[in-house]
Structures are given as structure tokens and as C-alpha cells.
Design a protein. Structure first.
Length: 312
């Protein structure tokens, strides 16, 4: 009997992500004085072009696309668009980026969008009203009519496949820590992280944008990915610092201090808010003495800042 022909290579064989990502303990007085241990889950080191949760959220989506063109959404400084475009270049499939802000169509491309274009992504600019309705049948139908046979991946890559992909993050932390914390933009990483942890562990999400929508989004993603609630998770919504990609002198000073103490460049849109929140919560007694706390480092400051527009 002859063997069936081999299937297409898996994405991890083609892109060679660094998995599991390193888990590094750091000695930080802000946690040690409260009897806690702080670990950094270095997902920023997973892949140079698809770092951290970008790899975990995109991998199953790209495997499901099976080489078809991927259409997705983002703002003018979206790291998700950059990661999708890079994956298209590396794996040889087409990509379309629907970009918020039709006024950008007549301006020189910023470095982030220029990188997307250099990686072969077709950029399609839409006005902000249309962008807000991007999931509606009317807008999606228009995009499908325009671009043909494409696979649609939502903004930020967060869907059921993304949540399923992020369960591996929880699995890598199973038995290693008591609390695993991650900054949240669209909720997909938290949904999968919580599902992948062991009983007795919990996941904490720190939203980087206000609006109070994330609890519902995480619950929806878990229903779609796992059939219902999965794992122990909660949100701490007090540390948005005025909105998406916004900052304050206090947050900037904190990030500078963390960098100086530990020699780790701190990404300012997500990671700085996460680390600040955990430090503040430790000071408030939110974690019991002896708690092993992991902060998931999802990106590096090498990527340009996302658009400070309040986008989620």
C-alpha cells in the first residue's frame, strides 16, 4: 500500500517560532517587598516578524486560510497589519489591509504602513464611519465584491481560532505561576490564555483602552472557541491612562525606571500599562504574599506606536 502524499508544511516548520517562549524571573523591589515573585513571559522573542501574541493569534487563522489571500483590519500604526503583511511575505500568500481613515490615502505612508506595503500588502483606506461598521454584512459584502476570494480575519486577529491558538500560552505557564497577566486590546489573548491555564491558576487582563466592552468580548470569544466560559479570568480596567496609545508623564517615568532597573526595553502602548498596573496592584495588596506572577511581554518598542485615536 502506498502512503498518501504529505500535506503542506505546518507554519511552525516554515517560520520556526521560538516556543515555548522564555520565562524569566526578575528581582523587582516593587514586588519583593510584598513577598511576591515577578516573572516575565518573553513572548516578544517568539518571532522577529510575528512577535508574541501576533504569532499565537495568527497561526491557526493562516493555516485555515490555506494560502488564500487574507484580508484584515487596523489603524495606521497597527502591529497586527504589519504582522499579517510579514506573514504573507514569508509564506507567499496575498494580504489586504483595510485601514481606518480615508484621509490617509492621499498622504505619504507612515513607516508602519510603508512596511506593510513593502511586504506586499494591498492597502485599502476607508472612512471612520465605514470602519466602525466593518463587521456589518453591507461593509463585508462590499469588500468581498472588491477583493474576491479572501479570508477575513478581524481587527487585532481576535476570533475563535486566535483564542484557540493562545491556549498554548496558558499551557506554557501551567504549573509555573499563580497569576498570568496580559495587556488587552481586543481580548483574544486573554480568552485563550485563561483557557490554557491549569485549575487553581488565574488570568488577569489589563485593558489599554476604556469603554467597558472587553468583558463581553472575552466571554463571546470563549463561547465561540470553547463552547462557553473557560478558565478563571478577570479584568483590571483602571490603567488605560486616557485611552489607546495615550500616556502620561507618570507612566513614562515608570517605564523608564523599569528599563533602567532590568535592562529590558519596555513597549509603551501595551507592556508599560501592564507592568504599571501590576506594580500598583501589588502595592494595594491585591495579591497574596508568595504569589508567583507572570507578566506576558507581547511586544517590543522597536515597532512604531499605534495611532492614538482610541481604537481598540
Amino acid at each position: 500500500m502506498t502512503s498518501p502524499p504529505p500535506g503542506p508544511p505546518r507554519l511552525d516548520a516554515l517560520l520556526r517560532p521560538r516556543l515555548p517562549s522564555p520565562l524569566q524571573e526578575v528581582q523587582d523591589e516593587g514586588f519583593a517587598r510584598h513577598g511576591m515573585r515577578l516573572f516575565l513571559k518573553r513572548d516578544d522573542l517568539v518571532h522577529p516578524d510575528l512577535p508574541g501574541n501576533k504569532w499565537r493569534k495568527l497561526a491557526l487563522n493562516l493555516e485555515a486560510a490555506a494560502g488564500r489571500t487574507v484580508l484584515t483590519f487596523g489603524g495606521a500604526y497597527s502591529n497586527h497589519l504589519r504582522a499579517t503583511a510579514a506573514a504573507g511575505r514569508l509564506l507567499g500568500f496575498g494580504t489586504v489591509g483595510v485601514v481606518r481613515g480615508d484621509e490617509l490615502a492621499h498622504r505619504p505612508l507612515n513607516p508602519s504602513l510603508a512596511r506593510c506595503a513593502a511586504d506586499g500588502m494591498r492597502l485599502h483606506f476607508v472612512d471612520r464611519t465605514t470602519y466602525r461598521a466593518k463587521a456589518s454584512p453591507e461593509v463585508l459584502g462590499g469588500l468581498l465584491s472588491r477583493f474576491g476570494d479572501v479570508v477575513v480575519v478581524p481587527e487585532g486577529g481576535s476570533n475563535a481560532l486566535a483564542a484557540q491558538g493562545c491556549t498554548a500560552l496558558g499551557g506554557e505557564l501551567a504549573g509555573e505561576v499563580d497569576v498570568a497577566a496580559v495587556a488587552c486590546g481586543t481580548g483574544g489573548t486573554l480568552a485563550g490564555l485563561a483557557a490554557g491555564l491549569d485549575p487553581g491558576q488565574r488570568a488577569l487582563g489589563v485593558p489599554v483602552v476604556g469603554g467597558g466592552f472587553l468583558a463581553g468580548e472575552v466571554a463571546r470569544l470563549q463561547r465561540e472557541a470553547f463552547g462557553g466560559p473557560a478558565g478563571d479570568w478577570s479584568l483590571e480596567e483602571r490603567f488605560t491612562f486616557g485611552g489607546y496609545a495615550r500616556t502620561t508623564p507618570e507612566l513614562a517615568a515608570f517605564a523608564d525606571g523599569f528599563e533602567d532597573r532590568h535592562g529590558l526595553p519596555v513597549e509603551r502602548v501595551y507592556v508599560a500599562k501592564l507592568l504599571y498596573a501590576l506594580t500598583a496592584l501589588a502595592g494595594e495588596g491585591a495579591f497574596a504574599p508568595g504569589t508567583r506572577l507572570a507578566a506576558v511581554i507581547t511586544g517590543t518598542p522597536d515597532a512604531p506606536l499605534q495611532e492614538p485615536s482610541g481604537s481598540r
